[in-house]
Design a protein around this ligand. Structure first.
Ligand code: SF4
Length: 258
């Protein structure tokens, strides 16, 4: 007797869903915030996503079926985005989810800080497999300086910058995002270094500055975690403009043609 082996789908751990996301990629998008992150960004407004292994369980098919309920709202540009937390921590789930999505012609996007990236196996082959089913990466570069990155997020950034270069070598479309935080990233020296780094990449379609805000602080109080940016206010309009000028964000217009 031949016993057919049926491979079980990988389970994804999802923190929350947003049916009509408008800031996480092109058009209107169904955004899944996946559970789990190993970074500890001082300004993180989703500390409730940190815990690895919590969240609601979905199979890739279940999550896509949920997303497809909103397909009529996506138009030409919209689709699905996975965010977090750090979605690349659940890379096997992403591969299956995006593979199913591409079979249905859905535009796919990953919002990542790049922390899990490594050219070592088994991650690297999995990452290359994932790129086959991915249309766009929203890449959050938290800090250009390694020590600054370590202080801000608890992790170094060498592998993150390596991922940015790798995607550039492959000419894989990315939108870069950078949070401007007074006393952390908002120094002209850092901004010029980041500007040079991003200008050295050939695949950046959009470059956005996200001014630091304090909207997630209440979660720290609820969770009994000390908020380490206590007393630091959002950047002024002038500093945001200064950052946009140094980073030359207006020059990254590839997203208009895509
Ligand atoms: S990478 Fe994102 S989810 Fe993780 S700590 Fe930083 S801001 Fe929060």
């Amino acid at each position: 007797m031949i016993v057919e082996q049926v491979q079980k789908p990988t389970i994804g751990y999802v923190h929350s869903l947003e049916s009509f996301g408008s800031v996480d990629g092109p058009g209107i998008r169904f955004v899944s915030f996946l559970q789990g992150c190993r970074m500890r960004c001082e300004y993180c407004h989703n500390p409730d996503t940190w815990n690895i292994g919590g969240g609601t369980e979905y199979t890739p098919r279940q999550l896509l079926d949920e997303a497809l309920k909103y397909k009529n709202f996506w138009g030409d540009k919209g689709g699905i985005t996975v965010s977090g937390g750090e979605p690349l921590l659940q890379i096997d789930f992403l591969i299956e989810y995006f593979k199913l999505a591409k079979e249905e012609g859905v535009h796919t996007c990953i919002d990542t800080c790049g922390m899990p990236f490594t050219t070592r196996e088994p991650f690297f082959s999995r990452f290359e497999e994932l790129l086959k089913y991915t249309d766009l990466i929203l890449f959050d570069i938290k800090h250009i300086d390694t020590k600054g990155h370590q202080r801000l997020t608890g992790m170094p950034n060498e592998n993150i910058l390596e991922m940015a270069r790798y995607l550039s070598d492959r000419d894989f479309p990315v939108w870069i995002r950078h949070v401007l935080v007074p006393e952390r990233t908002d120094y002209d020296d850092y901004l010029y270094r980041l500007s040079d780094f991003v200008a050295s990449l050939k695949n950046v379609q959009k470059f956005e500055i996200l001014p630091y805000h304090k909207m997630g602080v209440y979660k720290y109080e609820e969770m009994g975690i000390r908020y380490r940016l206590e007393g630091i206010e959002p950047p002024t309009k002038e500093r945001v403009e200064n950052a946009r000028r140094i980073l030359r964000t207006a020059e990254y217009t590839g997203y208009l043609d895509s």
